[in-house]
Ligand binder design. Structure first.
Ligand code: UTP
Ligand code: MN
Length: 499
């Protein structure tokens, strides 16, 4: 039912081309025109259509792959080409895209004029998947690790909707439906162009019936009714609110919801609820840690870690990972790897760093988890499981004076500091590349790289190692490039992993 308003963009050939159109005799079977309405206007378009038909030309009202000549009055090539490329045509590369002057020349001559350079509206857009038109989007892999995805998401209107649906399925513990929507979102994020009509989704992987219905709704009306319904539901709003607290996962949120609790004050006033230490800190610092962390703040934390580490050794690595390494401007927390060249000493370094923080009086919360790493546990088959490295989940006090350009604060806040979430992980140096890859993410990128390894290469990849099941051996890697190479994948830079 949504097709009526979407289809004008592209329609597959439905009926064989009729020989007469509007009772005019067709003289030029091999030429099929489409007049672009933009700039031309509907009434002039109607007039020119009748004129051409009266002279024996075929003029279609709908742009399809059967069209041979596209005629436009709009000479701004980039907007015309952007629109054409969003139409999902397979044979765009074979079409002549022409200025109205070709049309008037043809009408004057009473036959299709020879196409000259001055008639052409040249494609000035940078190459995009649609410009390799013969196989328009077939080249897009179902695996995020074979796509390049920057932070510049051209399809946010769809991916935001998919993420609400995915989250809602997660709240209902429907993992596979949730993953389907995350995969679909991830595919759309990798496109260098915005989807403007359903035709443009032909050949894109991972878009199922349900995702397409949602996209159709959005293309037609600007929003999805299903998504609006979820967003306005009490259950979704409450679970979203509760899980925004550090230490509260979907299960706890659901339990509280079932107890009839709907707000933070409900939770805090409920005598039957015993908050754990993590949740207590979550509520205590809620205002600060639910506010985005900026790149400058992440950098400031890096300086603080650097200082602490260099007090004991110069042979160490402090590496920013997580979303900031992927080029994101803001994050929900900051992730750093801290390790040292000497295998086995990394845990000491981490403990030392934590101690330094404590001495400075900046630790607001600290959950240290010692290493449970042992080679005999590998390869780890549970590919979504946590890793075994020593790590520490922290909330730190960050002073405004330490941050270039100051803190990300709410207006009127003059404390001069804020609380920030920091995760530190300490893999042994020989595991560094795997840990860096895993902690850089995105989660969806990692998930697909593991799936690719398993399904396509009979290998098991996780945050610790890469295991070849055919050769029955572990494959060593000292850089991320090594890991991609073992898997036969082209290297994808961190800022291209925003799947
Ligand atoms: P984050 O949850 O911090 O995500 O985990 P992010 O991409 O940095 O996004 P924001 O900006 O903070 O919201 C970073 C990566 O670390 C991995 C996650 O899977 C993710 O890819 N990770 C996290 C682990 O591998 N192990 C952990 O114990 C925690
Ligand atoms: Mn992060």
């Amino acid at each position: 039912m949504f097709h009526a308003t979407i289809e004008p963009c592209v329609r597959k050939r439905s009926k064989p081309a009729s020989v007469t159109v509007n009772r005019h005799e067709v003289k030029f079977q091999e030429v099929r025109l489409y007049l672009v309405e933009r700039k031309m206007g509907a009434s002039r378009r109607g007039f020119l259509t009748q004129l051409a038909r009266s002279k024996g030309f075929i003029v279609d009202d709908i742009l399809s792959d059967d069209i041979t000549h596209v005629v436009s009055e709009d000479s701004r090539a980039s907007s015309l080409w952007e629109w054409l490329k969003g139409c999902g045509l397979k044979s765009l590369s074979k079409m002549q895209v022409l200025h109205i002057s070709w049309f008037t020349d043809s009408m004057r001559a009473g036959r299709p004029a020879a196409v000259e350079d001055r008639h052409l509206i040249q494609d000035t857009l940078p190459a995009s998947p649609e410009s390799s038109i013969l196989a328009p989007v077939a080249a897009i892999s179902q695996y995020a690790c074979q796509r390049r995805t920057s932070t510049d998401n051209k399809n946010k209107i769809f991916t935001d909707a998919f993420e609400v649906l995915a989250e809602n399925y997660e709240f209902s513990e429907m993992k596979s439906s949730s993953v389907s929507f995350r995969r679909a979102a991830s595919v759309l994020k990798s496109l260098s162009w915005a989807v403007k009509c359903m035709g443009a989704t032909q050949g894109l992987p991972c878009l199922g019936e349900h995702t397409k219905t949602v996209m159709e709704e959005i293309i037609q009306s600007g929003h999805s009714f299903q998504v609006e319904k979820i967003l306005s539901s009490e259950r979704y709003q409450t679970l979203k609110l509760f899980t925004s607290v550090f230490g509260v996962g979907p299960k706890t949120a659901e339990r509280w919801y079932r107890m009839g609790l709907r707000s933070f004050s409900d939770v805090l006033a409920e005598p039957d609820i015993q908050l754990n230490r993590m949740q207590q800190s979550g509520f205590l610092h809620y205002g600060d840690i639910s506010r985005a962390v900026t790149k400058a703040e992440a950098q400031a934390l890096g300086n603080i870690i650097d200082e602490a580490v260099h007090m004991i050794t110069s042979d160490c690595i402090v590496a920013l990972t997580g979303g900031f390494r992927r080029g994101k401007e803001i994050g929900h927390d900051v992730d750093y790897i801290v390790t040292t060249a000497e295998v086995g000493k990394e845990e000491c370094v981490l403990l030392h760093v934590i101690n330094c923080f404590k001495k400075q009086g900046i630790v607001l919360y600290c959950d240290y988890q010692p290493s449970t790493f042992h080679i005999s546990k590998l390869p780890c088959q549970k590919y979504d499981a946590m890793d075994y490295f020593a790590k520490c989940f922290l909330i730190l006090r960050l002073e405004a004076s330490q941050v270039d350009g100051g803190l990300n604060c709410t207006e009127g806040d003059n404390r001069g500091w804020r609380a920030v979430r920091l995760d530190l992980v300490s893999p042994p140096m020989d595991r560094y590349a795997f840990a860096l890859l895993g902690w850089t993410g995105s989660t969806q990128f990692d998930r697909d790289m593991r799936r690719f390894a398993r399904m396509e290469k009979r290998m098991i990849l996780d945050n610790h190692t890469l295991y070849d099941k055919t050769k029955r051996e572990f494959l060593a890697a000292s850089t991320e490039e090594d890991i991609f190479a073992h898997l036969g994948l082209e290297y994808i830079e961190p800022w291209q992993r925003n799947a």
